[in-house]
Design a protein around this ligand. Structure first.
Ligand SMILES: [Zn+2]
Length: 86
């Protein structure tokens, strides 16, 4: 039997609709912002600036990428600044 249509997604979509999504962290952007993915329907969401979950759109992905880079740079700098100053 060949799998030609994403029937599974449709069924898990109903499952999520009834029981709610089962999100797991797919990416840690900053200390407070994370990206999540639903185990059942693969829906992706992210924490927005108010700490609420919103859909992970391409725009949000770009914002998160920028935030992640800034966050990592800042962390790297704070750990080396002490050495440079002293
Ligand atoms: Zn789901």
């Amino acid at each position: 039997m060949k799998k030609t249509t994403p029937e599974g997604n449709k069924l898990t979509g109903i499952f999520c609709h009834i029981f709610g999504h089962h999100y797991t962290v797919s990416k840690r952007v900053t200390e407070h912002i994370k990206e999540y993915k639903c185990l059942h329907c693969q829906k992706q969401v992210t924490t927005d600036e108010r700490g609420k979950l919103s859909a992970l759109t391409p725009v949000m992905q770009e914002i998160n990428k920028t935030l992640e880079e800034m966050y990592q740079k800042r962390n790297r700098r704070t750990s080396t600044v002490r050495r440079q100053v002293a």
